[in-house]
Design a protein around this ligand. Structure first.
Ligand SMILES: NC(=O)C1=CN([C@@H]2O[C@H](COP(=O)(O)OP(=O)(O)OC[C@H]3O[C@@H](n4cnc5c(N)ncnc54)[C@H](O)[C@@H]3O)[C@@H](O)[C@H]2O)C=CC1
Ligand SMILES: O=C(CO)COP(=O)(O)O
Length: 389
C-alpha cells in the first residue's frame, strides 16, 4: 500500500509528549514524521530504553518501528529545563493520572514566560471528583490555562494511525485560536482535524463512549447480533443517553453528532481493537473483571469513567439506563444476562428526550470557568432562558 506523504508544517515546533503508551507513542511518530522535534516521557524505564536504542516500544504498538528522531526521556519526570524548552506539552496519560501530572508540570513551568500549548488526548472523567479534564486543568493550573487548553478526540485507533489509515478527529477548545494552532500541528493528508468550540461536549462524548463500548461489547460477548448491538439499537440508544447527559452540562447536542460523538461511539462500539469493547465482550462471555483488567495490558478508561458517571447521573438527575446497566455489571454484582433482561423490560419511552435546562452543578462549573451560557451553544443559551432552574 502506498502511504500518503507528510506535508511540511508552516512552523516546526518542539513537542513534549507525556505518556508513551499506545496513543502517546503513536502521536510521537505522527509529529516526528513531519520534522517537529519530539520528546516523549515514560515512567517505564524499559519503554524509554526501547524507544531510544531499538526504536521499538516493548509494551505498546510492539510491531511498529518508530522514527529515530524521537527522543525518549524518563523514568524521572521531565525537569524544568525541558518543560520550559518546549512549545507544546501533549498529555497522553489516562485520566486518573492527569491531576498529579498537571501539578508536576505546573510546578516546573516558569510562570513569567508564555506557557506552552497544552493538548489533551485522554478520554475519561476523574472518579474521585467526577471532574472533566477541563475542570482538573482549572484546579491545578488556573482558569486561564483551562480556557486555552485543547482537546483532541474522535475515532482514532493508535494502531491504525501508525499505519496512516485515513483518520479524522475533532479538536476542541474554548479558544478558537488555540484550537486552530492544534489543528495546524496535527493536520496531515491521513489525519484530518476539524475544530470544535465545545470542549465540554467533546470531553463528555469521548469519556462516555467508552462506557457504551463496554455495553456493546457485553452484548457481543453474550452472542447478540446486529439488531441488538452495533450500528443499530444499543448504539443508537447510547447516543441518545450521551446527548442527554451532554446537554444537561450545557454542551451542544450537535457535538454528539460530530467525530468526537457518534464517530467515536460507532468506532469503539463495533471493533475488537477497542479495549473498552474488549472488556465488555469478555464480561459478556463470563470472565471476571479483575482478571480482565490484569490481563488487558493497557487502559480501558470506561471502567473508571463508569464509576464517575454513576455519581454524576445521580447529581444531575439524568436517566441513562444503559450506563447504569454497565455500572451494575462492573460494580454491582449484576450479571450481563440480568442487565440485558432489565434493559429490555423498561417501559416504552419517548425517543427524543433532551432536557430543557442546564443543571445547577453545570451552572456552578460554568461560573468557575468563566463560561457564559451563550459561549457554549445557541441551544444551551436559549434553553437556559426558558428552562426551569
Ligand atoms: N489507544 C488509542 O487508540 C487511543 C487512546 N486514547 C486515550 O489516550 C489516553 C491514553 O491511552 P493509551 O495511550 O492508549 O493508554 P496505554 O494504556 O496504552 O498507555 C498509558 C500510558 O500512560 C502511563 N501512565 C498511566 N498512568 C500514569 C500516571 N498516573 N502517571 C504517568 N503515566 C501514567 C502508562 O505508563 C503508559 O505509558 C486514554 O485516555 C485513552 O482513552 C485516545 C484516542 C485513541
Ligand atoms: O478512543 C479510542 C479510539 O478512538 C480507543 O478506544 P479504546 O480505548 O476502547 O481502545
Amino acid at each position: 500500500m502506498d502511504l500518503p506523504q507528510g506535508v511540511p508544517p508552516a512552523q516546526l515546533l518542539k513537542v513534549l509528549i507525556l505518556g508513551a503508551g499506545n496513543f502517546g507513542s503513536c502521536l510521537a511518530d505522527h509529529l516526528a514524521e513531519v520534522d517537529h522535534t519530539v520528546y516523549i516521557w515514560s515512567r517505564e524505564a524499559d519503554v524509554v530504553e526501547g524507544l531510544n536504542k531499538t526504536h521499538r516500544n516493548p509494551k505498546y504498538l510492539t510491531d511498529h518501528t518508530f522514527l529515530q528522531s524521537i527522543t525518549a526521556i524518563g523514568p524521572e519526570f521531565p525537569d524544568a529545563e525541558i518543560l520550559n524548552h518546549v512549545d507544546v506539552i501533549l498529555f497522553a496519560i489516562p485520566t486518573q493520572g492527569l491531576r498529579e501530572t498537571l501539578v508536576k508540570v505546573r510546578a516546573g513551568l516558569n510562570s513569567k514566560e508564555q506557557l506552552p500549548l497544552f493538548i489533551f488526548v485522554n478520554k475519561g472523567i476523574e472518579v474521585e471528583t467526577q471532574e472533566l479534564p477541563l475542570e482538573i486543568i482549572a484546579d491545578t493550573c488556573g482558569v486561564d490555562v483551562a480556557r486555552v487548553a485543547t482537546f483532541v478526540s474522535g475515532p482514532s485507533f493508535a494502531k491504525e494511525i501508525v499505519r496512516r489509515q485515513p483518520t479524522t478527529v475533532s479538536v476542541a477548545s474554548l479558544s478558537p485560536e488555540h484550537a486552530q494552532r492544534t489543528s495546524d500541528l496535527f493536520h496531515q493528508p491521513w489525519f484530518r482535524c476539524y475544530t470544535n468550540p465545545d470542549p465540554v461536549g467533546v470531553e463528555l462524548a469521548g469519556a462516555l463512549k467508552n462506557v457504551y463500548a463496554i455495553a456493546s461489547g457485553i452484548a457481543d460477548g453474550m452472542g447478540y447480533e446486529n439488531n441488538t448491538r452495533a450500528d443499530t439499537g444499543l448504539i443508537t440508544r447510547s447516543l441518545a443517553e450521551m446527548t442527554r447527559v451532554g446537554t444537561s452540562y450545557g454542551a451542544s447536542p450537535l457535538t454528539f453528532l460530530s467525530l468526537a460523538g457518534v464517530g467515536d461511539l460507532f468506532l469503539t462500539c463495533s471493533s475488537t481493537t477497542s479495549r473498552n469493547f474488549t472488556v465488555g465482550r469478555r464480561l459478556g462471555q463470563g470472565e471476571d473483571l479483575d482478571y480482565i483488567i490484569k490481563t488487558l495490558g493497557s487502559v480501558a478508561e470506561g471502567v473508571t469513567t463508569s464509576k464517575a458517571l454513576h455519581i454524576i447521573l445521580e447529581k444531575l438527575e439524568v436517566k441513562a439506563p444503559i450506563a447504569e446497566g454497565v455500572y451494575a455489571v462492573l460494580y454491582g454484582g449484576r450479571s450481563a444476562k440480568e442487565m440485558a433482561g432489565e434493559l429490555m423490560s423498561l417501559p416504552p419511552l419517548s425517543e427524543i428526550d433532551l432536557p430543557v435546562h442546564i443543571s445547577k452543578p453545570v451552572r456552578a462549573l460554568m461560573k468557575k470557568l468563566g463560561i457564559k451560557e451563550g459561549d457554549l451553544s445557541p441551544r444551551a443559551s436559549v434553553l437556559s432562558t426558558i428552562g426551569p432552574d
